[in-house]
Structures are given as C-alpha cells and as structure tokens.
Design a binder for this molecule. Structure first.
Ligand code: FAD
Length: 406
C-alpha cells in the first residue's frame, strides 16, 4: 500500500510517540465496544477521537432496542430517558399500525451519556481513549501500520499491529486503506432533528413514525419521547431529491403539531448511508466496522445496534489474530464472513426493501400500514420476499415494487 492521506516527506519525520497493539479510529459505539472487548483480553488499544467530548454533538434520534443492551451485557440504564413499549406507524391517510412485543421494546437514550458510558466501560478494561485526536492518514511500516494524527494541534504518529476504522458516516480511514467508499446520493438520507422541551406527550412509552410523500418523501418523521414533556423529533429524506430540504419538512411538521414555538434544547443535521454494506471490510492489518462499513438498517436508518454487533464480531477475530499472530487479510476475512452470515444478509435484504419502498406512492403506503405485522417485517428481513409479496397481493399495484426485491 502506498503512503496515503497527504503525508509529506517532512511530516514523515515525526517521531513515533506511541505504540499500541491496536489503534481504533472513532469513539462511537462501534469503536468503544470493540476496544472494551479486546482490552479485556489484555491487548493494548488506543481509541482516537477527533471530537473534544465523546457523543457530542448529538446527531441521532436516540432510539435503541433493549435486546442490544442485554446482548452486549450493559447493565446500567442511567442513559435511558424513556422506556418504550409500543410503536405506531402512521400512514399518509392518518391511520396507524401498532407494533408491540419484543420488537417494540426499547429505549430513548441520551447519546451524550450513552456514548461516553461505552467509552468509560472500555477505559475500565484498560483501553486508552484520546479525544481531540484527528486521524489524517495511514502509512505502512515494517512491523505494522502508522496512523498519522493531529492531537491538540500537534502531529502525532501511532504505530499499531492492527488498525480498526470505526469513524462513522464521515469515515476516511477505509479510503486511506485503499477501499472504495464512494456512495451515490440515492443511497444517502439527510436528516434534521431537534430535541423539544416543555411540550405535552400523551403516551411517552410510544414511538411514532409518520410516512407520506408530502411530509417526508422517501423517508419518514419520527417522534421519540424523552418523558412526558420532551421529545427527540426529526425527519429523514433522501439526498437525491430536488426541492425542500430536511429542516423545512421538519418545520412544517412541528407547525402541524403546534410545536413550532416549543423550546429547542438541541438541534442538528446529519447523514445516514442507506445503501449496501461496504464490500471490502478488511485489508492486511485492517478492519472497518459500524457505520463506516455502512452496517446500518436501511429501512429505519438506525445503526447503533448494528455498529455494536459488528464490533463484537470483529473483536473476536482480532483476539484470535493476536493468538495466532496472523494479521493477514485472509485471516481477518473471517470477520467479514462471520458478520455476513450473522447480520449482513439481513441488512442487505433491508436495503432491497428500502429500494422497493422508494417507488411506493401514498396509496401504497396506506396499504402497507394497513397490512403491517411483525411477521411480515420478519419475513422481509429474512429475505422471504415471496411470502411478503403473497401477503400483499390484494393490491396488485404492489407487484410493480416486487422487482426491486430481486
Ligand atoms: C439524524 C440521525 C438520526 C439517527 N437516529 C438513530 C437512532 O435513533 N437509532 C440508531 O440506532 N441510530 C441512529 N442513527 C445512526 C447512528 O447514529 C449511527 O449508525 C451510529 O452512531 C454508528 O456508530 P459508529 O460507532 O459506527 O459511528 P459514530 O457514532 O458516527 O462514531 C464515529 C466517530 O468517529 C469519529 N471520527 C470520524 N472521523 C475521525 C477522524 N478522522 N479521526 C478521529 N475520529 C474520527 C467521529 O467524531 C465519531 O465520534 C442516526 C443518525 C443520524 C444522522
């Protein structure tokens, strides 16, 4: 691999200041989950984070299902603002479908506290967490890789045996490693989001999703309560559309709800990649995890759970790599194959469903919401598209969407 990331020969003279078994770029849920697991096996790991405070600014609806916390053995719940028991999917005609059971059980969390908590858990196992450390390039060394970073205004090099890219939607590290990360705007959702305070929420244990080509074309609006008088409200629409932008759709919705003058205690815009997961997940001495690898649920755009799940698979392979002293792409590809088997196929099916939904008009959306069931959702995720189409065949127009599922 050539030196990459605009490293000039002068910059190459920077002394290697720090050496770790593993360097992780990005202290989001993927990076810190990975770091906790490898550090607990005695592997030295540093997490480099460009922001000055982990988890801030919040660019998130802050919804997270309960089973992810349980699967990842996270016992504390101080970051939970509101427990959720039900979901409602509103169609353009104002009717709604109800979601309950395991799939609906979740939490609206405070990402600032949650992300920081994951970093603290990693630090407690021995991981070094370095904020204000921006990675700007990677180059090859005899015995590993050198990560070039700027820390508190100074250039610092970090030598590592294994490098992990967990740098989220703005990831450049995979590109530095020669992986094609180009995404088409048709696979990018742009979001606008606010946290409102002093509003009235009738049933705080419900999350609400609103669909319709008028209110959120190729996307949806969410209302995620954070108690009886607070909510995270946002909109996601596809980036390839002309006309109004996400903040305008959000303002229109807030007006409709009578929330246009509500106190905004936090607001942000952000991007979500809703295309296929990245093809190359590994190189010699390198793995890419989480949203940087586009391991995201393309239907609802959530990616915290997927980031943590992928991190756990990658951490297992990294621990084995250190036992065998084998950091070749061939060995690390076990991460790609295990992840694909356990999670990747499901996420790819969701991309197909999202692509079919892109061609749905409001009548189709009304019909989907009317026919919605957990079974239908599960079959879609499992790729049992024949069953899905069979269940929806009363509306023959739906068949025109079926070709996007192939
Ligand atoms: C508006 C919006 C709403 C969302 N709502 C939800 C939701 O409700 N539920 C859900 O599950 N998901 C949601 N998501 C998606 C979710 O936020 C991400 O999928 C999740 O954060 C992915 O975790 P990650 O660790 O892979 O990446 P991130 O959390 O993005 O972490 C990456 C980290 O890398 C750092 N970084 C980047 N480049 C560098 C660099 N060069 N050097 C050092 N550090 C670097 C970043 O600062 C960041 O801290 C939403 C996203 C958006 C934009």
């Amino acid at each position: 691999m050539p030196d990459v990331g605009n490293i000039t020969s002068k910059e190459k003279e920077v002394m290697i200041l720090e050496k770790y078994d593993i360097v992780v770029v990005g202290a989001g849920p993927a990076g810190t989950t990975f770091a906790k697991l490898v550090a607990s096996k005695g592997i030295s790991v540093a997490v480099l984070e460009k922001r000055q405070a982990i988890g801030e600014p919040v660019r998130c609806g802050e919804g997270l299902n309960e089973w992810t916390l349980q699967n990842h053995k996270i016992k504390e719940r101080h970051f939970v603002n509101q427990k959720i028991n039900f979901g409602r999917f509103y169609s353009p005609n104002g009717k709604y479908a109800y979601m309950e059971g395991k799939e609906a059980k979740g939490n609206i969390i405070d990402r600032k506290i949650f992300d920081k908590h994951l970093a603290i858990l990693a630090a407690k196992k021995g991981a070094k967490i370095l904020t204000r450390t921006r990675v700007e390039g990677v180059s090859k060394a005899k015995t590993g890789l050198v990560v070039h970073a700027k820390r508190l205004g100074k250039k610092v090099d970090y030598h590592c045996t294994l490098l992990i890219a967990a740098d989220g939607v703005e990831s450049r590290t995979a590109k530095y490693m020669g992986i094609n990360t180009t995404t088409s705007p048709v696979d990018i959702t742009t979001c606008a989001q606010v946290e409102l305070a002093g509003i009235k929420i009738d049933s705080p244990d419900h999350i609400d999703f609103y669909f319709g080509n008028e209110i959120a074309p190729l996307g949806y609006i969410w209302v995620f309560p954070k108690g009886k008088d607070r909510a995270n409200v946002g909109v996601g629409i596809r980036a390839n559309q002309e006309g109004k932008k996400a903040p305008e759709y959000l303002q229109e919705f807030l007006k409709k709800r009578g929330w246009e003058n509500a106190a905004v205690v936090q607001d942000s815009c952000g991007l979500i990649q809703v295309g296929m997961p990245l093809k190359g997940l590994t190189r010699d001495r390198f793995m890419v995890i989480g949203t940087a690898a586009r391991q995201v649920n393309a239907v609802h755009g959530g990616g915290i759970a997927d980031a943590m799940d992928a991190a756990a698979v990658a951490a297992d392979v990294a621990i084995e790599a250190f036992k065998k002293n084998d950091f070749s792409k061939k060995f690390l590809d076990q991460y790609a194959s295990r992840w694909m088997k356990k999670y990747g196929k499901g996420l790819m099916n969701l991309v197909k469903i999202r692509r079919a939904f892109d061609h749905a008009d409001d009548d189709d959306l009304n019909f989907f919401v009317e026919k919605f069931s957990i079974d239908l959702m599960e079959n879609a995720k499992q790729g049992n598209f024949k069953k899905v189409v069979g269940a929806l065949v009363q509306r023959p127009q739906i068949l025109r969407l079926a070709r996007y599922l192939i």
